[in-house]
Design a protein around this ligand. Structure first.
Ligand SMILES: *Cc1c(COP(=O)(O)O)cnc(C)c1O
Length: 400
């Protein structure tokens, strides 16, 4: 393959990668996955668009825990509630799944310079894994991205170009630069390989559940790449005959960035919005995989929900308190969606629900601080602290 075409030559729309499923079935069985010796995403290599699996020896993308938090959320009243903890990827978000496959794919094309635009996480991820693999990353970010993400990108040594514009402008510029300078394009949506990377979260969920598919998967949606990736993963498994259905995909968007949810409700095509939300990773004007996401939501019998910034920050704290999983606001949006479903009596007693925790709370500390009361230091005095703890204990509140 000399030239890799990212989008459809005829209509310019995004592409889907289709596999020769009978050939995959011959190459690997669901009980034979362990034979690869891989714990991360490369255990699914026969279902990924690269022929040579990178030798990682030390860094692991994917293979993240599926935490059972049913007992911690009695108010959910479902059969099981699970959190796919993708905060534990090397750069702290699920974007590593896509970057890792993109880097391997770029390698097969002989390209070692990659470019991408990002609201933060995709860039941090590309920077991290480029540092690991020894490739060059050029990153266009909106200058207003959270500071921790920008620092992360620079620490990894990527060439970061903050753009005095929004994500959508950075996105278009990166695409044009990729064309004119022949750089590998790691823009979400445009490059179908990224969706293939994201789908590995679905493959892992199914395998971790012993091929029993959950009834619902809650996915925070910005561009819609994660959600379409999850759909693709479950579709691949169904086509292989490893599972017997696709879960309902529930798309959660921020009220202030709800282009996909608006189209879901109205039945019309997607129109751009002016995004404004604390959840920067899902603040998107024009969803680059919106069409794929809409199709996935409809085909899976799912639906869309929107949540306010306060609901997101409440859910962030609740999830952290109850499960020890600290998520950034975009990921907490999925938890806020669950809260909404509970309030609206939209959870079935037989539901097995998976919540996708897409990114770490450490990526945006100012956001996580917003709803926490301010704290002042106590006197460094034993008697004082002793009495303080006793008084809190008797009042039945935690000293912290
Ligand atoms: C990118 C991202 C999302 C949204 O994914 P899309 O593919 O843009 O819909 C959600 N949460 C986090 C933490 C992300 O980094």
């Amino acid at each position: 393959m000399d030239v890799f075409r990212y989008t459809c030559e005829a209509c310019g729309q995004n592409l889907d990668l289709i596999y020769d499923y009978p050939a995959v079935r011959k190459a690997v069985s669901k009980t034979g996955l362990d034979r690869s010796g891989e714990k991360g995403i490369w255990r699914y290599a026969p279902l990924l668009p690269v022929s040579a699996v990178p030798r990682n020896l030390g860094i692991q993308v994917g293979g993240t825990p599926l935490a059972d938090v049913t007992a911690r959320f009695p108010d959910c009243r479902c059969r099981r509630l699970l959190v796919k903890d993708d905060t534990r990827n090397p750069s702290g978000s699920c974007k590593d799944r896509a970057s890792e496959v993109a880097l391997a794919h770029a390698g097969t094309l002989g390209q070692t310079r990659l470019i991408g635009a990002s609201t933060g996480n995709a860039a941090a991820s590309l920077a991290c894994l480029s540092a690991w693999h020894g490739t060059e990353a050029i990153i266009l970010v909106p200058a207003a991205a959270p500071a921790a993400k920008l620092v992360q990108i620079r620490q990894y040594g990527a060439r970061m170009i903050p753009v005095a514009g929004n994500y959508d402008e950075a996105f278009d510029l990166a695409a044009r630069l990729s064309d004119s300078l022949n750089l590998y394009n790691r823009n979400t949506g445009t490059n179908p390989v990224l969706c293939e990377g994201k789908k590995t979260a679905a493959l892992e969920i199914a395998e971790q559940m012993r091929w029993e598919v959950p009834t619902k998967v809650l996915v925070p949606v910005g561009d819609g790449c994660i959600l379409s990736g999850i759909h693709k993963g479950f579709t691949d498994l169904l086509n292989l005959g490893w599972t017997d259905r696709i879960p309902q995909l529930i798309a959660i968007q921020a009220e202030g960035s709800a282009a996909v949810a608006n189209a879901c409700r109205s039945g019309d095509s997607i129109t751009a919005v002016e995004p404004g939300t604390v959840a920067d990773s899902i603040a998107v004007s024009h969803p680059r995989d919106g069409l794929k996401a809409l199709r996935a939501i409809r085909e899976s019998g799912g639906f869309c929900l929107t949540v306010s910034d306060n609901e997101i920050l409440d859910a962030q704290h609740k999830l952290a308190r109850r499960s020890g999983i600290f998520t950034e606001p975009a990921a907490a949006a999925a938890a806020a969606g669950l809260e909404k479903m509970i309030i609206e009596d939209n959870v079935d007693a037989e539901d097995v629900i998976v919540l996708l925790a897409t990114g770490s709370g450490l990526k945006d500390i100012p956001a996580a601080q917003r709803l926490l009361p301010e704290m002042r230091p106590y006197p460094a005095d034993f008697g004082f602290l002793h009495d303080l703890l006793i008084s809190h204990e008797s009042a039945g509140v935690s000293p912290l």
